[in-house]
Design a protein around this ligand. Structure first.
Ligand code: 4AD
Ligand code: MG
Length: 464
């Protein structure tokens, strides 16, 4: 379908249809020139590239031209010609301009200079109009599409799991509570605890930290499903890799054991990186100017075989590294980003999949190994990111799962439905979660996770 009333700048630039008349609409990036000729760089978001508009000043309405400045939104009509200047193949010889919205140069915050990411976060309502965020947002879209395409092409069903939940899937940190109770006068039980029986759902509920538990219910019927939705964690971690609201992709597969789970994770993530290289070339080339090793890093991951080893071997490598890490290394320690990045960037120089972690540092649902100490967890570790995927084979044995739940004192009344899948037609199964923004950090080369989501949610920040 044609875009009504205009031609997209991406289509104009790729068609090079000179001699023809076109209508374009977009936002002015810059205006320059003098008495005889003016150049306006116009961007409509369809591509990182601007269309150059050429205005014959003496024959143009001066009052209209005066109102056009960086940030203004205009409609322009003219004839496309081959460009005589360098930098662009074609330009539009403008006949008419209609102004939709001016942008006062004294007030418009996005002037033609380099702004810091911190400043741009304060104007997240306008930052999509910068080259960098335009590129990031187009890549974000392309990756979302590629994720659905990959799973659809491989016979997975998209399962919508709930955002509001009464169970804590991960024990992965604090949850955001959801309530309609009046917080100024909370109803109490006889034991002086908060009485949730009058709350909206008749029980205490929260925003989900993961769709996995419901995902497993789907996989144990449809064989292969995936979820792709927002997840919420109220952990107070102000790092460049944590958000309080992030998007997660969670495939879950019946009849997959841990090896097949790793194979899928590796194939999936390489597919996504290749998709970005092939389909987002202009945007990635632009981002590569800021981060000159970006393309090399992406190609490296797409064309390598990931290293696979046990957590125990990983700990041995770290212990013998001779490096004094900030967080201590010992068997049983939860690996920190500094450890993960050492393994990936210094030791193996490629992505690493670590398996068979100590059960104490992993979730209750992971399949227990016969050593009684480890579980069939797998984390995929990436250069400059650390953990990008976390997953496992699931414990499908009812008694073992029940025993672990008892050991950890997890309230079974909240999980009766989960346990029933192990009672009725249980099956070996596996899955993993890919943090969508961590993937985008890798693909775009951006340094802070706040800069790969349109409107980040972090401690003390829910603006926009
Ligand atoms: O390792 P996690 O906690 O695993 C799960 O939630 C499992 N239920 C997944 C599964 O097996 N279905 O989280 C999975 C991934 C992490 O590897 C990381 O990429 C991302 O989610 N992630 C975050 N991303 C941004 N901000 C946060 N606070 C994140 N916490 C986890
Ligand atoms: Mg994890």
């Amino acid at each position: 379908m044609q875009t009504p009333g205009r031609t997209k700048i991406s289509d104009i630039l790729s068609s090079k249809n000179s001699g023809k008349s076109f209508v374009v609409k977009g936002w002015v990036r810059t205006k320059r020139g003098g008495k005889n000729i003016a150049f306006i760089a116009l961007n409509d978001g369809s591509t990182i590239n601007n269309l150059q508009l050429v205005v014959d000043v003496p024959n143009f309405d001066e009052t209209v031209l005066k109102q056009i400045s960086t940030g203004a939104c205009i409609k322009a009509e003219g004839i496309l010609t081959e460009s005589t200047g360098s930098g662009q193949p074609v330009e539009l010889q403008v006949k008419n301009i209609e102004i939709y919205g001016t942008a006062d140069a004294q007030q418009y915050p996005l002037q033609k200079k380099v702004h810091t990411p911190e400043f741009l976060r304060e104007i997240a309502h306008l930052r999509p109009r910068t080259n960098t965020f335009g590129a990031v947002l187009r890549i974000r879209h392309a990756m979302a599409y590629a994720i659905h395409k990959y799973f659809n092409d491989n016979g997975f069903y998209y399962l919508h799991t709930p955002v509001i939940t009464a169970s804590d899937a991960e024990g992965a940190g604090a949850m955001f509570q959801v309530t309609t109770l009046n917080l100024d006068s909370l109803p109490k039980t006889k034991e002086n605890k908060i009485d949730y029986s009058g709350d909206f759902f008749g029980k205490r509920t929260s925003l989900t930290v993961s769709g996995q538990l419901e995902g497993e219910l789907g996989a144990l019927a449809l064989s292969q499903i995936y979820t792709f939705g927002p997840t919420f964690r109220a952990e107070n971690s102000n790092t460049p890799r944590h958000l309080a609201e992030f998007w997660m992709i969670e495939p879950e597969m019946a009849f997959y054991e841990i090896q097949e789970n790793m194979d899928l994770a590796e194939d999936f993530i390489k597919y996504l990186v290749k998709y970005a290289l092939e389909n987002c070339a202009d945007d990635i080339a632009f981002l590569n100017q800021k981060d000159p090793e970006l393309v090399e890093r992406l190609q490296g991951v797409a064309n390598t075989t990931f290293a696979r080893l046990d957590y125990t071997e990983g700990i041995e490598i770290l212990e013998h590294s001779g490096i004094k890490f900030e967080y201590p290394v010992f068997w049983g320690a939860d690996l920190q980003a500094e450890h993960e990045r050492f393994l990936v960037e210094k030791h193996f120089k490629k992505p690493v999949i670590l398996t068979n972690y100590p059960k104490e540092i992993k979730a209750f649902y992971m399949k227990q190994n016969s050593d009684g100490k480890t579980v069939r967890a797998m984390d995929v570790l990436f250069p400059s990111i650390g953990e990008i995927i976390g997953g496992s084979q699931r414990e499908e044995n009812f008694d073992k799962l029940q025993a672990r739940i008892d050991e950890l004192k997890i309230p079974v009344k909240d999980l009766w439905w989960y346990l029933e899948t192990r009672k009725f037609g249980t099956a070996p199964h596996s899955g993993f979660g890919l943090g969508f923004e961590r993937l985008l950090l890798f693909v775009t080369g951006m340094a802070n996770i706040r800069d790969v989501i349109p409107f980040p949610r972090t401690p003390n920040n829910a603006e926009f």
